[in-house]
Write a protein that binds this ligand. Sequence first.
Ligand code: NAP
Length: 250
Amino acid sequence: MADKVAVVSGAARGIGAAVAKRLAADGLAVGVLDLDAAHCADTVAAITDAGGKAVALGADVSNEASVAAAVEELAGSLGGPTVVVNNAGILRDNLLFKMSVDDWDAVMGVHLRGAFLLTRAVQSYMVEAKWGRIVNLSSTSALGNRGQANYSAAKAGMQGFTKTLAFELGKFGVTANAIAPGFIVTDMTAATAARVGVGFEDFQKAAAAQIPVQRVGRPEDIAHTASFLVSEGAGFVSGQVIYVAGGPTN
Ligand code: NAP
C-alpha cells in the first residue's frame, strides 16, 4: 500500500477521521478532505505524528469545481488518488410532512451528488493505474427509518451507486463496496440525541440494549472494515454492502 494515495471525505472528525488514520497506518498517503481545510488539522497531525503522510483539503463535496480543485491539489502534492472513501454526510431529519425541499436537497447534495462528484473526479487515476478501491458510506437507515425520508433514500441510493460502479469499473481492477453502519458514536449521533431531547449517555445505553453485541459502535469499527475493503486481498470483493451494526439488520 506504500505507493497508494487515498482521499477520504468528511475526514475532519468522526468516522472519516478514523478511516483516514487507519488507511495511513496501513501505509497509504491520505488526502483528508472536509468543508474547511483548517478543520482537518487534527486528523492530519495525528497521521503525520505517527509517521504517515497526509494533506488537508478544503472542499464542499456537492460542488463540482471545489471537488475538482481538491483532487487536483492532492494529485499535485501526494499523487493521484486510487482509493476514495465517500464518507461526508449530514442529517436534516424530519417527518415527511415537515421536511422542506431544502432539507431534501441538502442531504441528496452531500451524500449522493457528493459521492458522484468525488468518485468521478478520481476514477481516471484508478483507470490509468488499472487498480482502485471505492468505499461508500451507506447506513442501516437505507432500510428505512422514521424521520429520515431524505437520508434513507440517499443511503439506499449509495448502495445502487456502489453496485453500478462495481459493474462499470471492475475491468479496470477497481472494486466498489459500501459500508452500512449501525449506531456509531460520533457528533452525528450526539446531534440526534440532542434533537430528540435525550442525554447522549442514555441515548447510547438505549441503543446498545437493542444491539445483539450489546454495545454501540465506534468509528474504529468502520475504519477496520474500510481497511479490509481497501486491502490488496479484498480484490475479489466488489459490489457488496457490508452492514457493520453489531448484529443482523432487518
Ligand atoms: P459527522 O461526525 O457529522 O462527520 C461528518 C463530516 O462530514 C464532518 O466533518 C462534516 O464537516 C463533513 N461534511 C459535511 N458536509 C460536507 C460537505 N458538503 N463536503 C465535505 N465535507 C462535509 O458524521 P459521522 O457520524 O462521522 O458520519 C460519517 C458518515 O457515516 C456519514 O456519511 C454518515 O451518514 C454515515 N453514517 C454514520 C452513522 C453514525 O451512527 N454515526 C451511521 C450510519 C452511517 P463539518 O464538520 O464542517 O460539518
